[in-house]
Structure formats: C-alpha cells, structure tokens
Design a protein around this ligand. Structure first.
Ligand SMILES: Nc1ncnc2c1ncn2[C@@H]1O[C@H](COP(=O)(O)OP(=O)(O)OP(=O)(O)O)[C@@H](O)[C@H]1O
Length: 323
C-alpha cells in the first residue's frame, strides 16, 4: 500500500479541457511537484486530491482508504489528514493571528509553538489579520493548516505574488515543514524553476496528460521532449547531422542533440565560435554565438567574453542529451 495512490483519475473542465486518465503513487515523506504550462491541469489534479472537486473516473486512495467523492458521497470539501493551501485562502477579519490559530489548533501548546517557529510567525501572533503583508498572511494560512496535524500538505502556486525575499523565506519554511514535521507535500507551480530545488520527484503535465515523471535531475538533464526541456530553462538544439568534434554518435530515432547553455564551456580547444551578443544577468552572462551556420546560447561567468571575440566551445558527453 502506498501513502497516496492516484489511479486512472480523469476530469472534464469547461467545454474544451480534459484531464486524461492519469495514475501515480506517492510514498510517505516524498516531495512531489506538479509542473506544466498554464492551463495544463495542475490545479485541477491538486483539487481532486484535496477533495474539493471529484474525478469523473478512477479513484484516489490515501493511507489505503478510498477518498469519498463530493458531492455524491459527501457534502463538505476536503479530507481528514489532507491540508490544501489554495491560491485564494482567506483569514477571518478583525481577529488576531493568535485567535485565528488557536480556534484551529489541534496540537499541544509545545507542538503549536514549533509550527509557529517553523512558519516564522512568532512575532506576528498579536497582530490583527488586516495588519499583515501578503507573504505574512500566507505563512499564517499555512500554520493554520499545520495545526490540524495533516499528514499530506497540498500547495497550489504558493510562490505566486511573492517578491524574491518572501519567496525565499517561504521556500525555507516549506523545507522545514517537510524535514521537521515529517509532512508529505505536493506542490503545484507554473514556474518549474521553483520546484527543482524542493521536489524529490516531478510530474510534468501538458494539455491534461503526464508527459514525463522523474527526479528534478532527470527532467533537467534528460527531458522527454522540447516542451519539458523548455519548462526547466533555456536549451540549444543541434541537428544530429551537425559535424562538430566531440558529439556522440546519434541514436536511431533521435533528431537533435540538446545542450543547456550552462553546459557549453569556453575552452582552449573545441569548436571555433564567434560571440555575436553579450547580455548581463548579474550572476552570469548570456552569449549569442555562431559556429558555422549554427546559432547557440552560452551561459558563462561575467566578463568571460566580449562581442566580436572568437572563442572555442566544448561540452562534456554527460551533458549532451538526444531528443
Ligand atoms: N470550473 C471550471 N470551469 C471551466 N473550466 C475550468 C474550470 N476549472 C478549470 N477549467 C479549465 O481547465 C483547464 C485547466 O485548468 P487548471 O487550473 O487545472 O490549469 P493549471 O495548469 O493549474 O493552470 P494555471 O497554472 O494557470 O493555474 C483550463 O483551461 C481552465 O480554464
């Protein structure tokens, strides 16, 4: 028995969208992220697991028990043991944070104090809910779910609308929730970059279907297609007939080599190339380069090359993937 078993669930939403029957298992304590472009069905899937909407087919089992469907088998959304942090959470007005949390609390005082500490909200307990920033409200909404002692936490786009500082703070909080509270998590994000550092496993959706499932490393280095490759960052495509030294023999059925810009290294020997453009991104620079009739992107340390330079490039065979 797996902690969570999703078997053949499908859902029609609106006139045109259909989440195709999909299945996956999630062992306890494993962090799963669901990525995909806008409208690919991420939230629909998460809401079905949360018990906010029902699937048209299939079933979901949590800790061995089949989850009841709403509204056929139960009227109130949600399932015991599963917490769902929606994009549109609400906190009761005119209450202090402490009141909001104590009404929901099912933990001992010491356990609740640990949750407040992990959520970095100790200093906010006396505040009223209308005296909080968006990021603070969100961490309180999260704490309110955690004081119900869930075993599975579902997070729907938790990083949207947060500036970099609050986003990083929330990432630390979510890391600690998994590590210190031992809560299994599923996170949905339209920005796959946010999921790479958090997840143990990723599912990529496109148009309501799973296109790839694997570790963040697999999805980044060995994407199933250009859609998955593009979700996780920029990439170069070189036709397999490209005559550059060091490229591995092309596999049958593959048409292109894929190399991430960060994996093209400027070296003493390698393919001669001309730098056409340099763009500054702070931590790195992005070069437009041409080699023969190919145009490629290279990411390198700032100040490595200037427009017009002739450079030499190479890539380790480990960082060349075929599509
Ligand atoms: N209640 C609904 N009524 C009509 N259409 C819906 C409903 N819920 C979802 N849809 C449609 O289903 C599709 C998938 O929506 P969903 O919210 O699951 O996508 P998503 O991948 O989470 O997108 P985003 O990243 O933009 O949140 C969309 O085309 C959406 O318009």
């Amino acid at each position: 028995m797996n902690f969570l078993e999703v078997s053949g669930v499908s859902k029609k939403a609106g006139k045109t969208f259909e989440l195709e029957p999909l299945s996956f298992d999630l062992p306890r304590f494993r962090k799963l992220a669901i990525a995909g472009e806008t409208g690919s069905g991420k939230s629909t899937l998460l809401k079905m697991i949360a018990g906010w909407i029902s699937s048209d087919t299939g079933e979901i089992r949590f800790e061995g028990t089949r989850l009841k469907k709403i509204p056929d088998e139960k009227l109130i959304p949600g399932h015991p043991g599963i917490a769902y942090l929606s994009q549109h959470f609400e906190l009761a007005n005119f209450l202090t944070v402490e009141q909001v949390l104590s009404y929901a609390n099912e933990l001992s005082e010491a356990e609740a104090a640990t949750v407040y500490e992990i959520c970095r909200i100790d200093h906010l307990l006396e505040r009223r809910t209308d005296q909080l920033s968006g990021g603070e409200k969100q961490r309180i909404a999260l704490a309110r779910l955690l004081v119900n002692a869930p075993r599975l936490l579902l997070l729907d786009e938790p990083f949207s609308n947060l500036d970099m500082i609050h986003k990083n703070l929330l990432k630390t909080v979510l890391h600690d929730v998994g590590e210190q509270l031992g809560i299994t998590g599923i996170l949905v994000s339209h920005d796959p970059q946010d999921t790479l550092s958090w997840a143990d496993e990723l599912i990529v959706l496109r148009a309501g279907a799973i296109v790839q499932q694997g570790t963040p490393q697999q999805l980044f280095h060995q994407p199933a297609d250009t859609y998955v490759a593009g979700l996780f960052g920029k990439y170069n495509l070189l036709p397999v007939h490209t005559a550059l030294p060091g490229l591995p023999p092309a596999q049958e059925t593959k048409t292109h080599y894929m190399i991430r810009p960060v994996h093209l290294k400027i070296t003493g020997d390698g393919w001669p190339a001309i730098v056409q453009q340099v763009r500054f991104f702070g931590n790195y620079e992005e070069l437009d380069i041409t080699t023969g009739d190919l145009q490629l992107l290279v990411h390198c340390d700032t100040g490595t090359a200037r427009k017009g330079d002739t450079i030499r490039l190479s890539a380790s065979p480990n960082n060349i993937w075929q599509l």
